[in-house]
Design a protein around this ligand. Structure first.
Ligand code: ADP
Ligand code: MG
Length: 446
């Protein structure tokens, strides 16, 4: 569907023309008409499919074409989970509004409260916000939402993960009048927390789900490498970073400390790199992201703060130095590449400690990854097998002992077994045996 066909206000068509887009993506083609007729919307689609414009364009259309309910209150509020994403969405909105008389502001945590209060006093038409800080302003009566026309929630599932449920409810309550329209975007819709809050916030919504939220992304090539230990991971990373052309890469780590540690190591290898994590001040976080977006350095080493929504076209590679604990986070991390039709490569380094997360990701994606091997860096680690039940020893024993053994509950060893080289210095670690029992239950061996 062409953007011309939606019946947009001419000013919107002009802005889209500036962006160089002609044809809508599938989520846009399906979500925009629903949103334009004023219906509430519950939508999901995979990362990089153009959700931002799917909500910003109908928001603009509504503001351009209709009279405001209130002169003072904001007309549109966009809620997003992270500050980085807030900045990005705000940047896109500003571009779209560039030659219009409508104003927009950014309200996010970590920045000066009073400055934001002053911005709010100018009665902006659009607010892009992280939920916590917007609620703070509501409590201080710096902003009122009685006249709000459109509430948009982007990455709603992530906002719930981050504990924003109450903030979302408070914002909903402050804007709870009949004319309000709500657009709710989430990577997952089939999770009770998400559907509960959607039920509270939305009125008879249209549902638009493009593919499964977690369809395999055809523009992202997934690579998995098994690793023995930290040094092995670093050697593989070095090989992968230096052995191919990388436009820009994001490397995800499990801990804040590791972002700094690895960034220093990567700098030693001669690549430009910076670390991003929640310990940095807001202005430092902004600087890192701005500089990365301007392609001023190659490798961003980050915790999951950079996993959602960020859209930097130049990211050709994503590396998972550790695997995320939550399987769906894997999809978000790797979705930072392969955006807007570009191809991307995602590399995951799987050590013994990542094994359970790795299996959970495979189960979640209903896919098995075939690990790749680099000559000279072959792993000894081949994955873990589930613990075997302890056998009843069949030596000469009295019938009485056998009877007793049969009565006694079966014991499992509770320890993971490597396929080989158990002597090679891995700490044996405990697996929760139920996980594997469950897998067997699911007929894995049938
Ligand atoms: P999502 O929120 O679904 O992850 P984004 O809204 O961040 O995706 O969009 C991903 C990229 O696709 C952005 O760079 C955006 O500018 C681009 N894009 C959006 N809509 C279109 C379109 N209709 N045609 C081409 N590119 C588009
Ligand atoms: Mg998005």
């Amino acid at each position: 569907m062409l953007f011309e066909e939606f019946g947009f206000d001419n000013r919107i068509l002009k802005s889209i023309g500036h962006l160089g887009f002609e044809e809508a993506t599938e989520i846009q083609a399906r979500a925009i008409p629903e949103a334009m007729v004023g219906r509430d919307l519950l939508a999901s689609s995979k990362t990089g499919s153009g959700k931002t414009l799917a909500y910003l364009l109908p928001a603009l259309h509504r503001v351009y074409k209709t009279r405001a309910l209130s002169k003072r209150d904001p007309r549109v509020v966009v809620l997003v989970p992270t500050r980085e994403l807030a900045k990005q969405v705000f940047g896109q909105l500003r571009l779209l509004l560039a030659s219009s008389r409508f104003t927009s502001i950014l309200i996010q945590g970590g920045e000066n409260f009073n400055d934001q209060h002053k911005l709010l006093q100018k009665d902006p038409h659009f607010i892009v916000a992280t939920p916590g800080r917007l609620v703070d302003h509501l409590k201080q009566r710096n902003v009122f939402l009685e006249g709000l026309e459109l509430l948009i929630l982007d990455e709603a599932d992530r906002m719930l993960d981050l504990g924003f449920a109450e903030a979302m409810r408070a914002i909903n309550a402050a804007a709870n009048h009949r004319q309000r329209q709500t657009l709710f975007f989430s990577a997952t819709l089939d999770n009770t927390e998400v559907s509960d809050i959607a039920n509270e916030l939305l009125r008879e919504p249209s549902r638009v789900a493009v593919g499964q939220g977690f369809d395999e992304h055809k523009d992202i090539e997934q690579h998995v490498f098994l690793c023995d230990h930290l040094d092995h991971k670093e050697a593989l990373l070095k090989h992968l970073l230096l052995g191919q052309t990388i436009k820009q890469a994001i490397l995800f780590t499990a801990t804040k400390n590791d972002t700094v540690r690895l960034s220093e190591i990567i700098a030693d290898w001669g690549l430009t790199t910076q670390a991003l994590n929640g310990n940095l001040s807001q202005s430092a976080r902004n600087k890192v992201m701005e500089s990365f977006a301007k392609d001023q350095f190659t490798v961003l080493v980050s915790t999951d703060v950079a996993s959602r929504g960020l859209d930097i076209a130049n990211v050709s590679h994503v590396f998972n130095f550790d695997l995320p604990k939550q399987a769906e986070e894997f999809v978000h991390r790797t979705g930072r590449t392969g955006r807007a039709g570009f191809k991307g490569d995602a590399y995951s380094l799987v050590g013994p400690k990542d094994w359970l997360n790795f299996k959970a990701i495979e189960t979640f994606l209903q896919k098995t990854f075939a690990p790749e091997v680099i000559e000279g860096l072959e792993p000894k680690f081949k994955g873990l097998t589930p613990p075997k039940p302890a056998r009843v020893v069949k030596n000469k024993v009295s019938k009485e002992t056998v009877k007793q053994a049969k009565k006694a509950p079966r014991k499992t060893t509770g320890k993971a077994q490597f396929h080989d080289n158990q002597q090679d210095g891995f700490e044996a670690f405990k697996l929760p045996p139920r996980r594997f029992e469950k897998k067997d239950d699911m007929g894995d061996e049938d």
